[in-house]
Design a protein around this ligand. Structure first.
Ligand code: ADP
Ligand code: MG
Length: 236
């Protein structure tokens, strides 16, 4: 069984390297792990949306991406799929600590992301947690140090970085800034800069936004390395 897993992992890595995005009209045709494929089927997701298709070809290969598309275009899966796939391909386990950090401007949006993560990650074995204001800090502190994936709001996350012993971010592989325009509109620019200063420089970073303002572009320049810019303008 172990050998079989090694075999499928190798095949998947090769498939990611060689896949031709123009042929990927269905999730089933994308180089995604079996646990992800199974969860997508269980949730009846069959066809990637435009922003998903156009970013996955880069994000699955490890590239940094700035993705802009209107609200409702499917940005959540566009970043959750590369998060799950990166950790799965690196055989991320409990001992590896925090591998992925997803930052969202509000508690409500963070909770929505977490629900989608629970659904699409249901056949993976990663631990995942929410770090949002309005909950007991102590409760959060204890669970925090055991999580592989965190969905967080900026203020509370920085508070934990400053106060929570044992909360290590030095193994982080991928950072997602969701709704970057709103994060900046809400005045979190300094908080985000302080968070990023605590993170390893070698990582994949995905930045998603409904609009491409100058301040989003400035944040992209600070946080992304050699990014692909993907902007979807059509209504659908
Ligand atoms: P955004 O973050 O861009 O505002 P969401 O990620 O919240 O968009 O997705 C909007 C809606 O579209 C959600 O109800 C989600 O379940 C649905 N959705 C996302 N991707 C797909 C897909 N590939 N196929 C069908 N529905 C999808
Ligand atoms: Mg969204």
């Amino acid at each position: 069984r172990r050998q079989q897993e090694e075999h499928t992992l190798k095949e998947l890595v090769q498939a990611v390297d060689s896949f031709d995005p123009s042929t990927a009209e269905l999730f089933a045709g994308l180089p995604l792990s079996l646990p992800t494929q199974r969860a997508l089927r269980a949730a009846s997701y069959t066809t990637p949306t435009t922003i998903q298709a156009r970013t996955l070809q880069h994000t699955l290969r490890g590239r940094d991406v700035l993705g802009a598309a209107r609200t409702g275009s499917g940005k959540t899966l566009a970043f959750l799929l590369p998060v799950l796939e990166l950790l799965w391909r690196s055989k991320w386990g409990p001992q590896d600590g925090l591998g992925a950090l997803i930052i969202s401007p509000t508690r409500e949006l963070a909770m929505q992301i977490f629900e989608v993560l629970r659904s699409v990650g249901q056949y993976h074995s990663f631990s995942a947690g929410l770090v949002i204001g309005g909950k007991n800090v102590r409760d959060e502190q204890e669970r925090l140090t055991r999580m592989n994936i965190l969905v967080a709001t900026p203020g509370r996350l920085l508070q934990h970085m400053d106060q929570t012993a044992g909360f290590a971010t030095d193994n982080l592989q991928i950072l997602v800034l969701d709704e970057a325009d709103r994060i900046l509109d809400m005045g979190f620019s300094h908080t985000i800069n302080a968070i990023i200063a605590n993170l390893p420089k070698t990582r994949q970073t995905l930045l998603f936004s409904a609009t491409q303002t100058q301040s989003v572009k400035d944040l992209a320049r600070l946080s992304l390395k050699d990014p692909e810019f993907v902007s979807v303008r059509e209504a659908g």
